[in-house]
Design a protein around this ligand. Structure first.
Ligand SMILES: Nc1ncnc2c1ncn2[C@@H]1O[C@H](COP(=O)(O)OP(=O)(O)OP(=O)(O)O)[C@@H](O)[C@H]1O
Ligand SMILES: O=C(O)c1ccc[n+]([C@@H]2O[C@H](COP(=O)([O-])O)[C@@H](O)[C@H]2O)c1
Length: 217
């Protein structure tokens, strides 16, 4: 690099020379994966709090195509799910949307996704955010032993789920809630209020499009 002094360090154990620039340039990126059917306030709280509490450089919500291990879990068209996320974050420009899993066929295994993202952005350090139910489920994840070397997991406690896990998890505290997409879908279908569980703009979209009225999607 012309005109810029780059200081280097020599590590005698690994015999690797690392520049200060390389350390400083390491981007720390948070990803909250989910089906977002629909996105709700706890998703947004999770993304925002992890971004701020860990001082990350970037944060993304990443909608899945077909959720792994959930053949029974049907979902709605990804255009609706993406539109609802866009409405939810439009006033928060630091929260992005990562659509890589929607561009890939089949089940959205996190190992496949993170391997591709790491190849595209080798300088990035990824923080994959999961709720307590998913922390409990980690032993069942596809190629989990390889995945733990690709990402750092960030756990968010969820009522009624364990916090013990054999895998390394950074816990971030947020006010615990039992809000879930399935609760919202059920309440909309039953004609009950979901006010204050998700952004008003998302609720208006659900009403305008007539989502979740007929079955258990
Ligand atoms: N209330 C909550 N507390 C902690 N984590 C949550 C909460 N709701 C969702 N999550 C986490 O957010 C991520 C994305 O979840 P997802 O899109 O499947 O939402 P969900 O509310 O769990 O949906 P569903 O009810 O359809 O299973 C997952 O890691 C999930 O554990
Ligand atoms: O890769 C796996 O085996 C795997 C198993 C369960 C969940 N995940 C990911 O965890 C995130 C949350 O899952 P879900 O089912 O709560 O939407 C989402 O990004 C999923 O792709 C990944």
């Amino acid at each position: 690099m012309v005109g810029k002094k780059v200081q280097t360090f020599f590590n005698p154990v690994t015999e690797v020379v690392v520049s200060v620039e390389e350390i400083v340039n390491k981007k720390r990126v948070g990803i909250l994966g989910g089906n977002f059917n629909p996105v709700h306030y706890t998703h947004l709280l999770m993304a925002d709090q992890v971004y701020h509490q860990l001082g990350l450089d970037e944060i993304y919500l990443m909608p899945s195509n077909i959720p792994p291990h959930q053949t029974a879990k049907r979902t709605i068209n990804s255009d609706h799910r993406v539109k609802m996320i866009e409405l939810a974050v439009e006033d928060y420009p630091y929260i992005g949307i990562e659509k890589i899993e929607l561009q890939r066929e089949g089940k959205s295994y996190t190992y496949d996704t993170m391997k591709t993202l790491k190849e595209k952005n080798p300088e990035a350090e990824y923080y994959f955010i999961i709720g307590g139910d998913m922390v409990e489920d980690l032993p069942n994840w596809h190629r989990i032993d390889e995945l733990v070397s690709l990402v750092k997991f960030v756990g968010i406690k969820r009522p009624n789920y364990q916090v013990e896990t054999p895998y390394p998890v950074i816990w971030v505290e947020i006010p615990e809630t039992s809000i879930s997409s399935s609760l919202i879908r059920k309440r909309v279908k039953d004609g009950c209020s979901v006010n204050f569980m998700l952004p008003e703009k998302v609720l208006q979209y659900i009403k305008k499009e007539g989502l979740y009225l007929n079955d258990s999607l």
